[in-house]
Design a protein around this ligand. Structure first.
Ligand SMILES: [Zn+2]
Length: 118
C-alpha cells in the first residue's frame, strides 16, 4: 500500500464516521411541534415553545399531558395499562408516546432542518 492510498483510506473513513455522527445528531434533533393523533388521524397540533397542560376527552377515555421546556409527558390517563403514563418524556423529532387503549399517539415533529429537507 502506498502512502497516498493510506491517506485516501483515512479520508474516506473520516468522512464515513462524520456522516454517522451527523445522522446520530439528527436523530436526536429537538422537535418543534407536537402532533396529537387519534385513531390514525391528526386531532390537534401544539407548539413545544409554549408550556401548557392539555386534557383530552376521547371516546375511549381521558388523557392529560403536559408540554414543558420543549418536552412532552403524559400526566394521567384512565386507560387500563398505564403504559403512556409510565413512558418517559419525549422531546426529539419522531419520538412518540402511544396510548393503545385510547388509540392515541403523541408524536414530536419538526425541527428547522427537517423543514428544509421537506
Ligand atoms: Zn394509556
Amino acid at each position: 500500500m502506498k502512502k497516498k492510498d493510506v491517506i485516501l483510506a483515512a479520508c474516506i473513513l473520516a468522512i464515513a464516521l462524520g456522516g454517522l455522527l451527523f445522522m446520530k445528531t439528527r436523530d436526536h434533533q429537538k422537535g418543534s411541534a407536537l402532533n396529537v393523533m387519534v385513531d390514525g388521524e391528526l386531532y390537534a397540533s401544539y407548539s413545544l415553545d409554549e408550556d401548557r397542560t392539555i386534557r383530552l376527552s376521547l371516546d375511549g377515555g381521558e388523557n392529560t399531558f403536559r408540554i414543558e421546556n420543549g418536552s412532552v409527558r403524559m400526566l394521567s390517563a384512565d386507560c387500563p395499562d398505564q403504559y403512556c403514563v409510565e413512558h418517559a418524556a419525549i422531546s426529539a423529532d419522531h419520538e412518540t408516546i402511544v396510548c393503545l387503549p385510547h388509540r392515541l399517539v403523541l408524536e414530536i415533529r419538526g425541527g428547522e432542518e427537517k423543514d428544509v429537507d421537506a
